[in-house]
Write a protein that binds this ligand. Structure first.
Ligand SMILES: O=C(O)CCC(=O)C(=O)O
Ligand SMILES: [Fe+2]
Length: 346
């Protein structure tokens, strides 16, 4: 276990930084993770982030009957939405003896009339407009990032964004609240908050809380390295109003689409190494393409050359869509005694 923190850069993606595409590409192809400077343009203010964390805390503290009323298991087959109690998800089924020590609440994309296509718990119900606005700001940030990746790869600027335009159809995108409770006595090397995995979609945005660390990434050398909650040094934390930089990572689909040039890095969430630590809350926006997006290689010369050098031949005849891919992945993680249809896979 390494004590070092990963040297993940903080990138300014505003239009005042013409080097943003190249910097993003470099970070994504080295670490698979990047911090994005959270200036006013993201719409993801410290206040709105705090507010969503407060709602998350209130929901997970609600009586179990309220959580059960929106359980993922109660949804109709085909959905990946609702509350997951502890014991349902095991992100690294090949290695883990026990399920992840966490609870989660998955929100679908909102529908046009300002509601969600799923049951919303009483604690969150009055705050639906805030949750939707937050989710939309997350998506706008993903689209800005995807446009910059397209620029870096010299493909049409809308190549990725048009495949993530939710006005055109359904998508497996999920907005997830996560809660990792403290365990009075956790067994090191057995209990884990989130097992080693890579994310399934295109991009993930992750919001963490000061004082609640635990995320680690596996470096190219196979070492586990911790990811800081706040990567800023005093000199880089310039703007007073600026929020914590937002952590972004590349998911499997973007790795697949770019023949491995962009890396979907394996990561996990561990318990504190010493002491009992604190409960950990995090918020993740898992951005997925439209369900029917085909996972064909992007028409980029850089990608073609990378594939040639690294011998990535693609999927050959087996052309799959984003939805096929997601189904396959959900089937293996919700493995704790249930089929994907029972728990719901999207
Ligand atoms: O909670 C975290 O910090 C990370 C969670 C994560 O990696 C995931 O749910 O995919
Ligand atoms: Fe993840």
């Amino acid at each position: 276990m390494s004590a070092f923190s990963a040297a993940i850069p903080i990138i300014d993606i505003s239009s005042s930084n013409p080097n943003a595409p190249a910097q993003l590409l470099s970070a994504a192809s080295t670490h698979g993770f990047v911090f994005v400077k959270n200036d006013g343009s993201t719409g993801l203010t410290s206040q709105s982030i705090d507010h969503v964390f407060d709602l998350s805390k209130a929901f997970f503290a609600a009586p179990v009957e309220e959580k059960e009323s929106v359980s993922i298991a109660s949804n109709k087959a085909g959905a990946n939405h609702g509350w997951l109690s502890q014991g349902v998800e095991k992100l690294d089924p090949a290695t883990q003896k026990r399920a992840d020590v966490k609870e989660a609440f998955n929100l679908a994309l909102p529908v046009a009339n300002g509601t969600y296509p799923q049951a919303i718990p009483a604690t969150l119900e009055p705050h639906i407009p805030l949750l939707i606005a937050f989710q939309e700001s997350c998506h706008a940030l993903c689209q800005r990032l995807l446009a910059r990746f397209a620029t870096a790869l010299s493909i049409p600027p809308d190549w990725f964004t048009s495949r993530h335009d939710f006005s055109k159809g359904p998508s497996g995108t999920v907005f997830r609240l996560l809660y990792y409770p403290v365990l009075e006595a956790h067994e090191p090397d057995v209990d884990i908050r989130a097992g080693a995995h890579s994310d399934f979609g295109s991009l993930t945005l992750l919001f963490q809380r000061p004082g609640q660390p635990g995320l680690e990434i596996r470096t190219a050398g196979g070492e586990w390295t911790s990811v800081p909650v706040d990567p800023r040094t005093t000199s880089s934390a310039s703007g007073k109003a600026e929020g914590l930089p937002i952590l972004v990572n590349i998911g499997d689909l973007l790795e697949d689409w770019t023949a491995g040039l962009l890396k979907s890095t394996v990561h996990r969430v561990v318990f504190p190494k010493e002491g009992r630590g604190e409960d950990r809350y995090s918020i993740a926006y898992f951005c997925h393409p439209l369900d029917d997006a085909r996972l064909e290689p992007v028409p980029s010369e850089l990608v073609r050359r990378h594939a040639e050098v690294h011998g990535r031949t693609g999927r050959g005849e087996r052309m799959v869509t984003a939805k096929d891919h997601l189904m396959e992945r959900l089937r293996s993680t919700y493995s704790v005694g249930k089929t994907v249809e029972e728990v719901g896979g999207s």
